[in-house]
Design a protein. Structure first.
Length: 85
């Protein structure tokens, strides 16, 4: 899978993405959830860029979600509500 090392948490929004999760390696050095990540990249337009954590050994990359029209990029906004609100 291609990795865009110019895509960072700092510039993702300007480029039409938002950081979703860091891609981590297990103790054996294999990437966790590789099949799911490949599906997100290949089918849903996600990109792999630099990690949020900056831990090159255990979380070397980040998974970035494309921002859909009308979708909020403010991570402080509540995306769900509780029953009865």
């Amino acid at each position: 899978m291609p990795v865009d090392l110019t895509l960072t948490c700092g510039n993702a929004e300007k480029r039409g993405y938002k950081w979703e999760i860091d891609v981590i390696r297990n103790e054996q050095g294999d990437f966790e959830y590789l099949e799911d990540i490949a599906r997100f990249v290949n089918e849903e337009g996600y990109k792999i860029g630099q990690s949020w954590a900056g831990d090159l050994q255990f979380a070397p990359y980040g998974l970035y979600k494309p921002i859909r029209k009308g979708e909020s990029t403010d991570s402080t906004k509540k995306e769900t509500t509780e029953l009865g609100e």
